[in-house]
Design a protein around this ligand. Structure first.
Ligand SMILES: NC(=O)c1ccc[n+]([C@@H]2O[C@H](COP(=O)([O-])OP(=O)(O)OC[C@H]3O[C@@H](n4cnc5c(N)ncnc54)[C@H](OP(=O)(O)O)[C@@H]3O)[C@@H](O)[C@H]2O)c1
Length: 293
């Protein structure tokens, strides 16, 4: 199958590698060309524009930051004249409303559209163990689930376009809420002078434990957020999307607003490109030494 792949960032690059390893032809485009170049060694054709990636492809996979970036690559810069015979598979994290709107815009260009956002990060993308949630018709799912199995063993049809985006936002608000909550307990335990390992030992045995706590513990203790799998700026974006979508269905959003503010502080402190566990810096900042004149 000939696949156009747009967006070879942290997630896109290992995902494109999976397609190549499965024997698909890949034409890869990335705004910053150097980030796509390493895929050439694995057999990808590196192209200089989105229209070239789409040209004669059976489908085009989008793995860019947000809906604005999608619009830019599909409809603005060197705009694609038409998408006839091409299926757009949107795999980034955007809102249900944005996804439905994109479906309409793609249809105006005579293309087909489905969404397949993913849970998991770079290690899962590399190993092909992402959790792939699909928003599409059953016919589209039948047609594309084989290809999507390159990324995760069991793509799940959630419902029509918009449903998988919503599903993904519901999961990502949990990432933010659990991490902010754990950061607060960790900061508190430290400031109380309680032994960390004792606290973790009890937490691990309790119903309150979530595996993500241990995944983020070392980064928080070391205050080391370099080489992220999932940068703070993207979680900040996702929480903003969740907030708007939750408000639209009349949910109380006070809690998520506070977490959004914590992520804003994290970004303001310079951790936009750091791992999202840098939320700890907003919740429990390094204390200034007392004293001096
Ligand atoms: N990282 C994760 O763990 C993870 C997991 C699940 C889902 N996601 C979602 O997947 C998507 C990609 O995430 P990522 O972690 O791979 O992010 P990333 O490394 O920041 O990559 C973002 C990609 O979008 C491109 N892009 C951004 N703005 C653009 C624009 N205006 N025009 C053209 N291209 C643009 C970037 O191009 P340049 O290289 O030129 O900047 C890059 O290829 C996001 O929606 C994210 O929320 C991420």
């Amino acid at each position: 199958m000939k696949v156009g792949f747009i967006g070879t960032g942290l997630m896109g690059r290992p995902m494109a590698e999976r397609l190549l390893a499965a024997g698909h032809q890949v034409a890869a485009f990335n705004r910053t060309r150097e980030k796509a170049e390493p895929l050439r060694d694995s057999g990808a054709e590196i192209v200089g524009s989105a229209p070239e990636a789409v040209s004669s492809a059976d489908c085009v996979i989008l793995m860019v930051t947000d809906a604005a970036a999608i619009r830019e690559v599909l409809f603005q810069k060197s705009s694609i004249p038409n998408l006839k015979g091409c299926t757009v598979i949107q795999m980034g994290t955007i809102s249900p409303k944005e996804s439905i709107q994109l479906q309409e815009e793609v249809a105006q260009k005579k293309g087909d559209y489905l969404e397949a956002p993913v849970l998991g990060s770079i290690p899962e993308a590399t190993e092909g163990t992402l959790l792939v949630m699909v928003g599409s018709s059953e016919v589209q799912f039948e047609r594309w689930s084989g290809l999507l199995r390159c990324f995760g063993p069991e793509p799940l049809l959630v419902g029509e376009v918009g449903k998988a985006s919503g599903f993904k936002l519901a999961l990502n608000q949990l990432i933010a809420s659990l991490t902010a909550s754990f950061a607060l307990s960790l900061g508190f335990v430290q400031r109380q002078g309680i032994e960390m390992e004792l606290f973790m030992r009890i937490l691990r045995q309790s119903a309150l434990y979530a595996p993500t706590f241990d995944k983020k513990l070392k980064r928080m203790l070391d205050r080391d957020y370099a080489n992220p799998n999932f940068p703070s700026k993207h979680l900040f974006k996702d929480v903003a999307l969740f907030h708007t979508a939750a408000q639209a269905v009349n949910l109380e959003t006070i809690g998520i607003e506070a977490i959004h503010r914590l992520l804003e502080i994290t970004v303001e402190k310079g951790y936009a490109d750091g791992d999202y566990s840098a939320l700890f810096e907003a919740v429990s900042p390094v204390r200034q030494q007392a004293g001096g004149s």
